[in-house]
Design a protein around this ligand. Structure first.
Ligand code: PGA
Length: 255
């Protein structure tokens, strides 16, 4: 099996940061720094920043994504945005199932599955987040939790749709805490996910499937994490808010 079958994806997750004007300024600063990237570069931004971000990124190698979408096409869901709306707005990527959505906004494995379905149906590329909380790691059930989240989210996803999904393995205890998983811990779980994809689909599908690590990845630790065999990129929170730090991570993935 050959890691070069997979093009790394470095995706920023801005979370609830940056106004449209700040989004524009940050992307203008990033553009020249990541122009020679030999990997996919994505920035997932708040809904209100999408237009400004897409305008600023136009003509560059930076792709823009949203941070969530609803499962219904339209209807009485105050405050939500549909996958159709994102597609119509020209947004190519969407994050689904981020642990902050699961933790603070009642997202379940089932609503994640429904949102994945809607996003794929609308023609979006999905960054599906999975990961265990600290108590689950301590109990030794990381693999069980991550496999269950993955299985439910992918139920109903056909093999030919896998090209439009990547998975971000994000141990919740490493998100925003400065406590990164060791490269070995990150690789171990990414490998488990890849083996699950091989079981659910085929080995060839698993070999091509992009699996990111996320959780306090930064300019100092990215190279070592990205060098792991089963780690094909990163979902970056805090370090995606600084152009120079994000560019170092993009460089590390381009090696
Ligand atoms: P972090 O966030 O890099 O700030 O830990 C990662 C994420 O939540 O996607």
């Amino acid at each position: 099996m050959d890691k070069s079958l997979r093009r790394p994806v470095i995706a920023g997750n801005w979370k609830m940061n940056n106004t449209p004007a700040q989004a524009k300024a940050l992307i203008e600063e990033m553009k020249p720094l990541v122009a020679n990237a030999d990997c996919e570069v994505v920035l997932c931004v708040p809904y209100i920043d999408l237009y400004a971000a897409m305008e600023a990124a136009q003509g560059s190698n930076i792709k823009i994504g949203a941070e969530n979408c609803h499962w219904a096409e339209k209807g009485a869901f105050t405050g939500e945005i549909s996958a159709e709306m994102l597609k119509a707005a020209g947004v190519p990527y969407v994050i689904i199932g981020h642990s902050e959505r699961r933790q603070y906004f009642g997202e379940t494995d089932e609503t994640v599955r429904d949102r994945v379905r809607a996003a794929l149906d609308a023609g979006l590329k999905v960054i599906l987040c999975v990961g265990e909380v600290l108590s689950e790691r301590k109990l030794g059930i990381t693999s069980e939790i991550v496999c269950k989240q993955t299985k439910v989210a992918l139920s109903g996803v056909k093999a030919e749709e896998l090209a439009n999904i990547i998975i971000a393995y994000e141990p919740v205890w490493a998100i925003g805490t400065g406590e990164t998983a060791t490269p070995e811990q990150a690789n171990e779980v990414c490998k488990i996910i890849r083996e699950l994809i091989a079981d659910l689909y085929s080995k060839a599908d698993a070999d091509r499937f992009v699996i990111q690590y996320g959780g306090s990845m930064n300019d100092g630790n990215a190279a070592e994490l990205l060098a792991q065999y089963d780690v094909d990129g990163g979902l970056i929170g805090g370090a995606s808010l600084k152009a120079d730090k994000f560019a170092v991570i993009v460089d590390a993935a381009s090696k």
